[in-house]
Design a protein around this ligand. Structure first.
Ligand SMILES: [Zn+2]
Length: 160
């Protein structure tokens, strides 16, 4: 019988000046970017955590600590690729990913298909296995004030 495992991931980063805005591996033109030790790709971080969670392999902070100078300014797709390899080595394959990005600004709809494409290519799965949704925070809280972006992800893995 095929074994199915699910995982969840959550991340938040604040928006700051002089930073690039990278979501799901796609650079989005905006006057602010996400602040963090790596490139602060909040969507990719949530997906990495969901994949690690489904495989019971801990979390992104344990595997890629933000105290490690090697990861400063790092492309989060390096974490994604590495995580995909780790779960593969444990005998898992990714069945599907669903995710939600919560951002008041900018409008993310024009970039969603590119994010799905990049994520799918890197994880060596089809675009039909990766979903990205975008919503606003209805101007409520820090996200609604445009000070931060949040991402949630769920992942389903199967064991061969
Ligand atoms: Zn993060």
């Amino acid at each position: 019988m095929q074994k199915i495992r699910v995982g969840i991931g959550y991340d938040v980063h604040r928006l700051a000046e002089n930073r690039k805005l990278i979501l799901g591996g796609v650079e989005i033109p905006y006057h602010l970017g996400l602040f963090g030790h790596s490139d602060a790709d909040v969507l990719t971080h949530a997906i990495v955590d969901a994949i690690l969670g489904a495989a019971a392999l801990g979390d992104i902070g344990t595997h890629f600590p933000d105290t490690d100078a090697r990861y400063k300014g790092m492309d989060s797709f390096v974490f994604l690729r590495d995580t995909a390899l780790k779960v593969k080595e444990c005998g898992y394959q990714i069945e599907n990913i669903d995710s939600t990005v919560i951002a008041q600004r900018p409008k993310l709809a024009p970039y969603i298909s590119q994010m799905r494409q990049r994520l799918a290519e890197t994880l060596e799965i089809t675009i039909g296995q990766v979903n990205v949704k975008a919503t606003t925070a209805e101007e409520l809280g820090v996200v609604g004030e445009g000070k931060a972006i949040v991402a949630h992800a769920t992942v389903c893995l199967s064991q061969r």
